[in-house]
Design a protein around this ligand. Structure first.
Ligand code: GUN
Length: 283
């Protein structure tokens, strides 16, 4: 029976620690960390994610603002807003909530975020640093997963990590994070033909697909560490990619959904805002 990787509890502990550091930063340096979130369109999941991010910022004393665009505006208008946040001294991190409506060139828009304010680590500079094993600001979900494994003292070096999904937000950066920690990494995706054969060899299996019950117990090695990044809504319940009830009988550790990776993402984002705020005087 697997031990639960309790992201909710670990994120609570991390946020408590961060709250103290933020108070100290305010008292000693007069700096209140600031986050600007840009949301475009009416994606219901994004609306909830952003609301949760704003709430978390408020509870930790981070100054956070949301700029919402309806989705009918020209790209230039969104870029102008990014540029005004780039020069705003009270803003340390800028986040463009993904996905943008299809009519926008997301990469082009995000490329206007100053790399010193790239709180998501999605920009070319931060991705380059990651690839060069000189990690700077790292994407919140991948780093949150590493923090969760570290908290439970789960070793990464020499382990075979299999990641299902090659997204810009999770799969790709996470694969390099694991590689930088000396894991042997396999990335699988929608064109992978022998998925089960590969997942069965995983010491650490990560799924970031967004399809309920995509990963079944027969795909999991006995004793594997299972990390579920998927979030889907089924009959008003939030569920992950993994068939939790059967996999927990086989795995050594497993993240629940909700309460696993999700809260770690938020805690890590807040840490990133703080890290950027520490460098405010260098900007
Ligand atoms: N959409 C889902 N996760 C994320 C994230 O970590 N950052 C941004 N900007 N958008 C997201």
């Amino acid at each position: 029976m697997a031990e639960i990787l309790d992201g909710k509890e670990v994120s609570r502990v991390k946020k408590e620690e961060l709250k103290k550091k933020i108070i100290e930063l305010k008292e000693k340096c007069g700096i209140t960390p600031g986050l600007a979130i840009i949301r475009v369109g009416e994606d219901p999941a994004s609306e909830i994610y952003v609301k949760n991010k704003l709430k978390a910022c408020a509870s930790l004393g981070i100054h956070a603002i949301e700029k919402h665009f309806e989705g009918t505006e020209k790209e230039e208008e969104i870029i102008k807003t990014i540029e005004s946040f780039n020069t705003d001294q009270t803003i340390d991190g800028i986040l463009v909530q993904s996905p943008l409506p299809n009519s926008y060139d997301e990469q082009k828009i995000v490329s206007h975020v100053l790399s010193s304010k790239d709180v998501d680590g999605f920009g070319i500079m931060n991705l380059g640093y990651l690839l060069a094993n000189q990690e700077q600001i790292l994407a919140a979900t991948p780093l949150g997963i590493i923090h969760l494994l570290d908290y439970y003292n789960i070793p990464i070096a020499s382990k075979h990590v299999v990641i299902i999904g090659r997204s810009q937000i999770v799969g790709r950066p996470l694969s390099i994070l694991f590689l930088n920690r000396d894991a042997t990494v396999t990335i699988t995706h929608s064109k992978t033909t022998n998925l089960k054969e590969i997942t069965q060899t995983a010491d650490i299996l990560v799924s970031a697909v967004g399809k309920p019950h995509f990963v079944t117990a027969d795909m999991v090695k006995v004793g594997a560490v299972c990390i579920d990044v998927g979030i889907s809504r089924v009959e008003n319940h939030v569920v992950g990619d993994m068939d939790f009830d059967s996999i927990k009988e086989k795995a050594s550790f497993i993240t629940p959904v909700p309460g696993g990776v999700g809260p770690m993402t938020i805690a890590t984002l807040l840490e990133n805002v703080y890290t950027l705020a520490l460098k405010r005087k260098e900007r």
